[in-house]
Design a protein around this ligand. Sequence first.
Ligand SMILES: [Zn+2]
Length: 220
Amino acid sequence: MKHVILPIGSTEQHGPHLPLGTDTYIARRISEALATELRVDLAPTLSYGVSAEHVGFPGTIGIQPETMLKNVEGISESLFRHYQKVIIINTHGGNTSTLQKLKNGKIIIVDLFHTLKGILENLRETDVGGVCHACEAETSLMLYLTPDLVRKEKITEDIVKYVPQLDPQSKSPLPNGWKTINYSQSGVIGDPTKATPEKGKKIFDALIKKMSETLKTFLT
Ligand SMILES: [Zn+2]
């Protein structure tokens, strides 16, 4: 029996320069590459996620965590009629804790932000302490994957200089229940002015390599 990938992104503000579907585009492209590499099938991409932190900006369309759980459970149930394992490729940080609840022997969760640890440190010039939104890394990926959808003239940095003042003791610089609009007027968290398509290619290639190596151990 074959396995199948279910890409999950979000529809939410990504500053003035990136499209609302940024996470969804990235999820799709990563999943396409992995499906080819691992010779598994690919289901349609889920474009709505848990986006509570971005509700202050127009264009953000979020769903409740319980809705996401029910949705993904229902989709997986259908997929299990024909597939042995469902591999979820999640590219939106707001979905992570909800999706982890579904993890079992048959549903495998591969999370973009977990995978980026160990990759970004060598590639990016800016680090805003774990929080990254429409930032150097995400903008680099989009400049590489979908350059026509990036409004290059609107790229500006934001929040990067304010984050260290919020809570210097905490691992995450932002408190629970944080809202982007309270920290960033543009919706950007990070410094996308340092983004390049070359960095995007390096990040993408490293992600595919690391994700496919991890997945091979689950799929044998
Ligand atoms: Zn994003």
